[in-house]
Write a protein that binds this ligand. Structure first.
Ligand SMILES: NC(=O)c1ccc[n+]([C@@H]2O[C@H](COP(=O)([O-])OP(=O)(O)OC[C@H]3O[C@@H](n4cnc5c(N)ncnc54)[C@H](OP(=O)(O)O)[C@@H]3O)[C@@H](O)[C@H]2O)c1
Length: 480
């Protein structure tokens, strides 16, 4: 049973979509395999394609075999599908909801979760139809899980929020940012707040600068037209990188979710806006040209399908930010994200102020694909000399087989948290609002200044103009 001994009804709208096949169903499989799925969960998959439950089950088997983290077992798969029902319906058609209503009626007083694995323009229509069909009435509690993007600017985010609030309370809205489900993002709080050595030096007296980077070797894949409308700032910085930034710098929260949300949003609200007159010191945009990645020739952004050959959308963004917080005065924070770069990697570097002209101590929190924490520091070179050399302490969490096996993937962790009504892994509305406010102002400054993306070759580290943008010692610190 879910929380409060009620049956749990988990409905996925968009049950024949990429997200459901690659992430949600494999995550449910893993939760069953690790005995983390609450008892009494029924999974209702909504799609308009012509499946019945039996043919849908046959269809999803290869996806689970390919994408589940844990090895495939017929027994676990059978357990999953014994709780799964496919409902064929068009979610824009009010009449079709009768089937859902009848289904839900079998489980009065259920904990109901609706997962909107659909494009955001459908959030409002599904919510209204759920209310209109009286589907919500029988539930003991309900929660709605929604995927990014939460709007494309402050206005559209507000509209979306208002539409959802017509049916759901803020308490029942779970906004997914899958980065919050990643192991090392969660670990970041333990590293910061459970170690004297870090807690006491996490300020401008000791920190020289911070970089938060998320690089991908892939291009726009089959999402050319979406990406052309979106770009790196809205696709990565506004959500994922701001989430990481807030966790890296927030004040230690009290042990309740409101305090966590308040402290996270506080950091985003304190970012000093970038203005048109100083934009070149704070922002570099880039766009990839054809190049070579992993020995393969790849096309440039303009050659991608469904992208205009004159598009000025950025596929790379580097922001140099300052936070108006007494603890971090004068500490630049670099946010970096790009597609078609040399290497796939997401990580945080905290670079401390050097002493006696030695190399700075660097704390690296590696988020993906490797997970771990690495601290470099200076020590005497072994032997008779008094020379100083850089050494490091490594905690490679993902190098240990048991750790890999026992570490849930992001969607597993997020679904588990949602079943248990733990909102701490989800994005609060104030965070969404504050981040769009910053990004809207940034785009105003971009338009006023007329800055355009620099070109960079696919398979490199981004535009060459970055060299002058970074602190002098950055190239020798981040050698990837
Ligand atoms: N894919 C990812 O890894 C990923 C990651 C992060 C966020 N997201 C977000 O998650 C959402 C879903 O993404 P996706 O990649 O899974 O999209 P998708 O592959 O296009 O799937 C959309 C789903 O909605 C269904 N649908 C559309 N209109 C319908 C209607 N009127 N009635 C019933 N079903 C309808 C589609 O059914 P048909 O099969 O019949 O077309 C399909 O099952 C989007 O908001 C996306 O931005 C996705």
């Amino acid at each position: 049973m879910g929380t409060g001994n009620h049956p749990v009804l988990f409905t996925i709208f968009g049950g024949t979509g990429d997200l459901t096949y690659r992430k949600l169903l494999p995550a449910l499989y893993n939760l069953i395999a690790t005995k983390m799925l609450p008892k009494g969960v029924e999974i209702i998959v909504v799609g308009r394609r012509d499946f019945d439950t039996q043919s849908y089950v046959e269809h999803i088997k290869p996806w689970i075999q390919e994408f589940a983290r844990l090895s495939f077992s017929e027994n676990i798969f059978n357990e999953l599908v014994s709780h799964l029902t496919y409902i064929k319906m068009n979610f824009t058609d009010t009449k079709d909801y009768k089937v859902l209503y009848d289904y839900y009626n079998q489980y009065p007083q259920a904990q109901q979760l609706y997962y909107y694995a659909v494009a955001p323009e459908f959030f409002s229509v599904i919510s209204k139809n759920l209310r209109q069909c009286s589907c919500l009435k029988n539930a003991s509690t309900y929660q709605v899980l929604i995927e990014k993007p939460f709007g494309v600017n402050e206005d559209s985010a507000r509209t979306l929020h208002k539409q959802l609030l017509e049916v759901f309370s803020e308490e029942s809205i779970y906004r997914i940012d899958h980065y919050l489900g990643k192991e090392m993002i969660q670990n970041m709080m333990s590293i910061r707040f459970q170690n004297t050595i870090f807690k006491n030096i996490w300020n401008h007296h000791s920190i020289d600068y911070i970089t938060i980077s998320a690089y991908e070797t892939v291009g726009v894949e089959n999402r050319g037209s979406y990406y052309e409308q979106t770009g790196a700032i809205k696709d990565m910085v506004q959500n994922h990188l701001f989430q990481i930034l807030s966790i890296v710098l927030m004040d230690e929260p009290e042990e309740h979710v409101e305090s966590l949300f308040k402290n996270q949003a506080d950091i985003i609200q304190r970012i000093i806006p970038i203005e048109a007159n100083n934009i070149n010191e704070h922002l570099i945009l880039g766009q990839y040209e054809a190049g070579v990645i992993d020995h393969e020739q790849v096309v440039g952004f303009h050659g991608e399908s469904n992208v205009s050959p004159t598009s000025t959308t950025e596929t790379f963004a580097a922001l140099k930010l300052f936070i108006d917080h007494p603890q971090y005065q004068g500490v630049p924070v670099y946010l970096l994200s790009g597609k078609r770069t040399k290497k796939r990697s997401t990580k945080v570097l905290v670079v401390f102020k050097p002493v006696n002209n030695q190399k700075p101590n660097v704390l690296t929190i590696s988020i993906s694909p490797d997970e771990g924490v690495f601290l470099s520091f200076n020590a005497k070179k072994p032997g008779n000399s008094q020379d100083v050399v850089e050494v490091s302490m490594d905690f490679c969490q993902s190098c240990v087989y048991e750790n890999r096996l026992n570490t849930p993937e992001a969607y597993e962790r997020l679904l588990y948290a949602a079943f248990n009504k733990d909102k701490s892994l989800f994005t609060d509305w104030q965070m969404v609002l504050s981040s769009w406010r910053f990004v809207d102002k940034l785009f105003l400054a971009i338009n006023q200044s007329g800055i355009k993306p620099y070109k960079y070759k696919a398979g490199t580290c981004g535009p060459v103009e970055l060299e002058a943008f970074f602190p002098k010692n950055y190239q020798e610190i981040d050698t990837e």
